[in-house]
Design a protein around this ligand. Structure first.
Ligand code: GLY
Length: 355
C-alpha cells in the first residue's frame, strides 16, 4: 500500500513501515529512543516490533497499565518521571506502540516533556490505526470525562502494520469498525455500503478498507487541522457517544463500553435526531440502525441513565458559549456541524434506540 503524505508527516503501511522507520533512524541523530507500551502491547506487539527495528541505539521500554481508566494525568506523571530518570533530552524520540490510550497519552507526554520531543505512533488496535494515531490529537481524560486535557501536535510519522490486528480481541475490532463506519457516514456513501456488509470480506479487503478510512480522515484533517469547522464532522456520533462512554465508566453497576461501542449508539441517536432536524432520509435511518444493531447489539438504558447522560453533555469539547453543538447528517456523506438539539429530542432518540 502506498504511503500517504500529509503536510506534517507521512503514514506508512505494513512492510514499508520498518524500511521507512529504519531509514528515518539512520538519518536522524536521536540521543535516546523510548518505546511506550502497555501491558498488552508489551507481550503481543513489542517482540515483533523490535525484531523489525535495525538500530544500534539503546531502546528503553516504558510500560503503562492497559485500559481507558489509566488514560490520566497521573499516568503521564509516571512517564514524564521515567523519561527524566532515563536522561531523556530534547533530542530524544518517543515511539508509542499501542492502541488509542497509548498513542493519545504518549503523544501528549512527548508534546509536553521539556516543551516537546519528537514522537512516532505505531498503532496496534484497529481504532488507533483508523482514528487515534492519525491527525495530531493527543491527550488524556479528566476523571471519567474523555480527552478533556490535551494538545494538537503531529507525530513524525505513523506506522500502520495490520499484522498487529491478528492478536486483537473481537470487541476491540468492533470498536475500531465504528470509526470506519463513521467515516462512511460523514464522507462517502460508497464506502459506507462496503463497510456495512463485511460478510464476504477477506483480510486483504480489510487492509484496503483501513487504507480508505485513513485517507478519509487525512483529507478532513488537512483541510482543518485545528477543528475550526470541517474536522468537527469527525465527531459525528461522539457527542452522545462520549457522554455514554463516560457514564458507563463512572457507573459501578454497568460494564464499561469500549469507545467504538459507545460511538455506535451515539451514531444511531444522531441519525434519529438528523431525521427530525436536518431531513435525513427515514429509510437510511432504518438501515443504519439495522446495520449497527447487528454488529453492536443493544445496550439497555433506563430513564435515570438518559438524564445522567444528558447531564454529561455539558462537558463536550465542541460546546461553545454554553451551547451543545451536535454534528448531524442531511444525508450520508453530507454532514452539518453546530446543530442545536433540545433535551426532549435527545430523550426521544433514546426511546427510538430502545424500541
Ligand atoms: N477523532 C476525531 C478527530 O481526530 O478529529
Amino acid at each position: 500500500m502506498k504511503s500517504i503524505a500529509t503536510p506534517q508527516y507521512s503514514i506508512h503501511f505494513n512492510s514499508a513501515c520498518y524500511t521507512e522507520f529504519n531509514t528515518y533512524l539512520q538519518n536522524s541523530n536521536f540521543s535516546k529512543i523510548f518505546i511506550l507500551v502497555d501491558s498488552n502491547t508489551h507481550n503481543y506487539c513489542l517482540p515483533y516490533f523490535l525484531s523489525q527495528v535495525a538500530t544500534t541505539q539503546e531502546l528503553e521500554i516504558i510500560e503503562i497499565e492497559a485500559g481507558e481508566i489509566n488514560k490520566t494525568i497521573d499516568t503521564c506523571a509516571g512517564v514524564w518521571s521515567t523519561l527524566s530518570d532515563g536522561d531523556a533530552d530534547r533530542k530524544s524520540l518517543m515511539v508509542n506502540l499501542g492502541g488509542g490510550v497509548v498513542t493519545d497519552l504518549g503523544g501528549f507526554v512527548a508534546s509536553t516533556f521539556k516543551r516537546g520531543i519528537a514522537f512516532i505512533n505505531v498503532p496496534t488496535s484497529l481504532l488507533a490505526m483508523v482514528d487515534a494515531s492519525v491527525g495530531g490529537k493527543t491527550g488524556v481524560d479528566l476523571g471519567v470525562l474523555k480527552n478533556q486535557i490535551g494538545v494538537i501536535n503531529f507525530s513524525e510519522m505513523v506506522l500502520i502494520d495490520t499484522n498487529f490486528l491478528s492478536t486483537l480481541p473481537q470487541n476491540e475490532m468492533r470498536s475500531g469498525l465504528a470509526e470506519m463506519l463513521k467515516h462512511g457516514l460523514i464522507q462517502d456513501e460508497v464506502y459506507w455500503n462496503k463497510m456495512s456488509d463485511l460478510s464476504q470480506s477477506s483480510l486483504a479487503d480489510l487492509d484496503n478498507l483501513i487504507y480508505e478510512s485513513v485517507i478519509i480522515k487525512k483529507n478532513v484533517v488537512i483541510q482543518d487541522p485545528h477543528e475550526d469547522g470541517l474536522r468537527k464532522t469527525l465527531n459525528f456520533g461522539h457527542t452522545l457517544g462520549h457522554a455514554i462512554e463516560s457514564y458507563f465508566l463512572s457507573s459501578e453497576e454497568k460494564t464499561s463500553l469500549l469507545h467504538g461501542e459507545a460511538v455506535a449508539i451515539g451514531m444511531i441517536l444522531a441519525c434519529y435526531i438528523s431525521n427530525k432536524l436536518t431531513g435525513f432520509p427515514t429509510e437510511k435511518l432504518k438501515s443504519i440502525r439495522e446495520t449497527l444493531s447487528k454488529t453492536y447489539g443493544k445496550v439497555e438504558f433506563d430513564d435515570q441513565d438518559y438524564l445522567q447522560i444528558i447531564e454529561l453533555l455539558k462537558f463536550d469539547k465542541k460546546n461553545t458559549h454554553g451551547n451543545i453543538n451536535f454534528v448531524l447528517l442531511e444525508d450520508i456523506g453530507i454532514p452539518k456541524i453546530d446543530c442545536k438539539v433540545s433535551n426532549a429530542l435527545i430523550l426521544e432518540s433514546f426511546n427510538y434506540y430502545m424500541t
